[in-house]
Write a protein that binds this ligand. Structure first.
Ligand code: THU
Length: 129
């Protein structure tokens, strides 16, 4: 998919969320360095711990398609305040984005907050040395 509006794509992606347990749909859209966009949603499981968050679904789709440089991400949740990504997703962001990459968080009323990956997960673990 060629990049258009990440915010709209994240909201749209949440419509595919598989959330029979939480009823809490999340959508995400990630842009690659060469301008492609991958979207994702959360995918739950009766064995709750197997749930995959929307952010990681989008990121893993891009990575599994061969991309390595991700430059921007938008995340939508039906929250009063712009949705706050979980710790696991922040760690995965730190793996594939630069620290200054823009992450747009979106609330159910469309309100947004922009943060960087470094702000979401300061002093992250990024390599083994
Ligand atoms: N969830 C996400 O998709 N992203 C987050 O950053 C936080 C939580 C999902 C997981 C689960 O399907 C539902 O939201 C409730 O935790």
């Amino acid at each position: 998919m060629v990049a258009t509006n990440l915010i709209e794509l994240a909201i749209e992606a949440s419509q595919n969320a598989y959330v029979p347990y939480s009823h809490f749909p999340i959508g995400a859209a990630v842009k690659t360095a060469d301008g492609q966009v991958y979207t994702g949603c959360n995918i739950e499981n009766a064995s709750f711990g197997l749930t995959n968050c929307g952010e990681r679904t989008a990121i893993f789709k891009a990575i599994s398609d061969g991309h390595r440089d991700l430059i921007e991400l938008a995340v939508y949740g039906q929250t009063e305040q712009p949705v706050s990504p979980c710790g696991a997703c922040r760690q995965v962001m730190a793996e594939f984005f630069q620290q200054d990459a823009k992450i747009t968080l979106i609330a159910k009323n469309g309100q947004t907050v922009e943060m960087t990956v470094g702000e979401l997960l300061p002093y992250s673990f990024t390599d083994l040395t």
